[in-house]
Design a protein around this ligand. Structure first.
Ligand SMILES: C[S@@+](CC[C@H](N)C(=O)[O-])C[C@H]1O[C@@H](n2cnc3c(N)ncnc32)[C@H](O)[C@@H]1O
Ligand code: SF4
Length: 407
């Protein structure tokens, strides 16, 4: 079951933005996120805004690309009317859901619409997420021809009993194949892993890490399993069929990931993300953490432009109706004041390797940094050089450290 949207202020039907969004716009990059809300089956742990064929009522998968293209054109009009300077998209990210459940031609048409509306920067990063069983070599080659540069595979684990408890349906033996095909097609490759599933031992996690490293991807994301309310996983844990994830074991798993990935030449650049050097960082995700502008196309997608953020209606049928009627699909929005924006910058930047510029902290919080250094949570030399950067222990306790920085 997808989770609920936040509550905000009413969003205007014409999508119009206040003049303040122009301030500093040329210093911010622009990206586009396209949310494809379809999956073949729902994994037991997942509360993303996604629908299986049986759950989808009132609209059809076949019509989705047309609706997303209509919103992309609508977005172009809104940004122009707001007086924003034309900025080509520096990153485009197709996420989901499972974007590769759509025919590649649909993905290519949606990307072409982004190119027509905004232009693509010469070095644009264009990513799609893909499940290992939802794409083949010909599909990957056609994605590359259409202008995609990168693919992110949901590997999650290499261990059958872990995949089974996560209710993942792909054959782990297919992951090396799709990674090899993606590389042959000329795409950069990322893999997503999840650790801390019920019944997963440290040895299981080591095996998944080693197999992921052996694939030589350009980028690895490793997420601690979150038990989301309303999922089948949460119900099974509540009924006592499965054990809840153990915080201490998840902490050991994080440390092991950082050690093994580091030794294999991957640098952490965000709490859950490692890459083979700065050139392979996921620039699209970095844009979220550094407060750039992006438009989120699709049901439930979130957008941020110059301190105004909004989120679309969640159900694909409600979304399709709004877009077809030529009105904004936004459910609500909020304009962030200067203090809220500052706190958000601290919150998001504390997760990345560049850290939080000390100047973003208020006076009291600067004093608190000394204590965080003494506790081994913040890197001392980096703080003296002007940035609050989390140590590995600090990343493990990231939520608590962030609370101390914005309290
Ligand atoms: C939209 S999904 C990725 C694409 C594709 N649908 C898939 O699952 O392979 C994004 C990633 O979020 C992570 N994720 C989803 N639900 C999660 C949860 N409850 N806890 C931790 N990670 C989660 C998974 O690693 C997943 O690959
Ligand atoms: S395939 Fe991905 S988006 Fe779909 S249910 Fe599974 S984790 Fe969620």
């Amino acid at each position: 079951m997808p989770s609920a949207l936040p509550i905000g202020d009413p969003a205007p039907e014409d999508g119009s933005l206040p003049p303040s969004v122009r301030d500093g716009a040329l210093e911010r990059r622009f990206g586009v996120y396209l949310h494809v809300p379809f999956c073949r089956v729902r994994c037991g742990y997942c509360d993303f805004n996604t629908y299986t064929a049986e759950e989808l009522r009132g609209t059809r998968r076949e019509d989705f690309a047309g609706h997303a293209i209509a919103e992309t054109r609508f977005a172009c009009g809104v940004l122009e009317r707001a007086g924003l300077p034309a900025r080509p998209a520096s990153t485009v990210f197709f996420g989901g859901g499972t974007p590769t459940l759509l025919p590649v031609d649909d993905l290519a048409r949606m990307l072409a619409a982004v190119r027509d509306a905004f232009g693509l920067a010469a070095d644009a990063e264009v990513t799609t997420e893909a499940n290992p069983d939802s794409i083949d070599l010909a599909g990957l080659e056609r994605l590359r021809e259409a202008g995609f540069t990168r693919v992110s595979f949901g590997m999650q684990s290499a261990v059958p009993h872990v995949l089974s408890v996560l209710e993942r349906t792909h054959d782990p033996g297919r992951v090396p194949l799709v990674v090899e095909w993606a590389r042959r097609a000329g795409l950069a490759v990322s893999v997503d892993l999840i650790y801390g599933a019920p019944g997963e031992s440290l040895g299981d996690w080591r095996a998944s890490l080693e197999q992921a490293i052996a694939l030589e991807p350009d980028h690895v994301s490793a997420y601690a399993l979150i038990v989301e309310e309303g999922t089948r996983l949460a119900a099974r844990i509540r009924r006592g069929e499965l054990a809840a994830p153990d915080d201490d074991l998840q902490a050991d798993m994080y440390e092991l990931a950082d050690e093994r990935l580091g030794a294999a030449g991957y640098e952490w650049y965000e709490v859950s993300n490692w890459s083979r050097g700065p050139a392979h960082r996921a620039r699209h995700n970095l844009a979220y953490w550094t407060g750039e502008d992006w438009w989120g196309v699709g049901p439930g997608a979130h957008s941020h432009v110059g301190g105004v953020r909004w989120w679309n209606v969640k159900h694909p049928a409600a979304y399709a109706q709004r877009v077809a009627a030529g009105v904004s699909p936004a459910a609500a929005r909020e304009a962030l004041d200067t203090e809220t924006r500052r706190r958000e910058h601290v919150l998001l930047r504390s997760r990345i390797a560049e850290g939080v510029p000390v100047g973003l902290l208020d006076e009291d919080r600067r004093t608190a940094v000394a204590g965080l250094i003494a506790d081994g949570l913040v890197d001392g030399p980096a703080a003296i050089a002007g940035s609050v950067v989390l140590t590995r222990r600090g990343r493990l306790l990231a939520d608590a450290v962030v609370r101390a920085l914005i309290a």
